[in-house]
Write a protein that binds this ligand. Structure first.
Ligand SMILES: [Zn+2]
Length: 289
């Protein structure tokens, strides 16, 4: 009995040994296969990686991707500008081919009449101020639509005994150059810069800026004292009905760059002029520039 039990035990333990061995063998074999697979996979990856790197470097596709990225970003930016213009409150839209700068962007570099190639339109509105100059050769003459509007305004003012006259409208770059230097000689540059534009920066070069006074009242033309005349008061209240806004109102010198000019009006068309007038904002504030 004892021996038989021993034999059986031995038999049992030998059977157990085989099972254990088999399991170990399976694990080892599985592991080996797994490891080989992983090695294979990583090898492929490495080779593929090197190949793509080499291909990118030699075909230049890496650079192309960057370029495409930039183009896409530019397209997106353009789209944003267009959408902004479209969603803008004003009825005007950006004029094609004329929109060189958007309202939301600060100019990347300081623009000068020498470097700027196109006039700046913001939401379809032609802008000439100390930030956005006009090209030297931009010389459209007085705007015919603005001129007709002025005549209508003149007619309306005449009805109440005010004889308006536009004593300065379109001024070319060359003329402004002459004028500015005359003012600098007389008043010094710091003073001249408060009431006169450097050539290329004047709204008069757009053909849409009108200096308005009263016929026979030359002593008030372009003078601070004009603001107290009936004509100036009427203009400040009513010019927008004819499409004009008081462009450099009092207390806004920090924004417009110019001291109060009760005689300088800008033609915007009746619809926009009425909106700007109602807002109580300067053109810069209204357009967000
Ligand atoms: Zn003026």
């Amino acid at each position: 009995m004892e021996n038989q039990r021993l034999f059986l035990n031995k038999k049992k333990s030998r059977k157990g040994l085989w099972i254990t061995l088999s399991i170990v063998l399976i694990i080892v074999a599985g592991g080996a296969v797994g490891a080989l697979g992983f090695y294979n996979w990583s090898f492929n990856q490495a080779v593929h990686g090197v190949t793509s790197l080499v291909q990118n470097q030699f075909s230049g596709s890496g650079n192309d991707q960057d370029t495409v990225g930039i183009e896409n970003r530019e397209e997106e930016a353009d789209q944003e500008v267009e959408e902004e213009a479209a969603s803008a409150d004003g009825s005007v839209t950006a004029e094609e081919g004329n929109s060189t700068h958007s309202s939301s962007l600060e100019p990347e570099e300081l623009l000068t009449p020498e470097t700027v190639t196109e006039p700046t339109y913001v939401q379809g509105v032609l802008i000439a101020n100390k930030q956005y100059p006009l090209p030297i050769d931009y010389a459209p003459g007085v705007d015919p639509e603005a001129n007709e509007a002025f005549e209508r305004m003149q007619f309306a003012a005449r009805e109440i005994g005010i004889e308006l006259v536009a004593f300065s409208t379109f001024r070319s770059y060359e003329y402004q150059d002459e004028l500015y230097h005359r003012y600098v000689e007389k008043h010094g540059q710091e003073e001249a810069d408060r009431f006169s534009s450097k050539p290329g920066y004047s709204e008069h070069q757009t053909g849409l800026g009108f200096d308005i006074g009263e016929e026979g009242q030359e002593q008030y033309w372009a003078e601070d004292s004009f603001k107290d005349t009936e004509a100036a008061k009427w203009l400040a209240e009513d010019a927008h009905h004819y499409g004009f806004i008081l462009r450099y109102p009092p207390g806004k010198e920090e924004i417009t760059g110019y001291q109060y000019e009760s005689w300088h009006f800008r033609y915007l068309g009746v619809e926009l002029a009425t909106k700007v007038h109602a807002s109580g904002l300067t053109l810069e504030e209204y357009l967000g520039i």
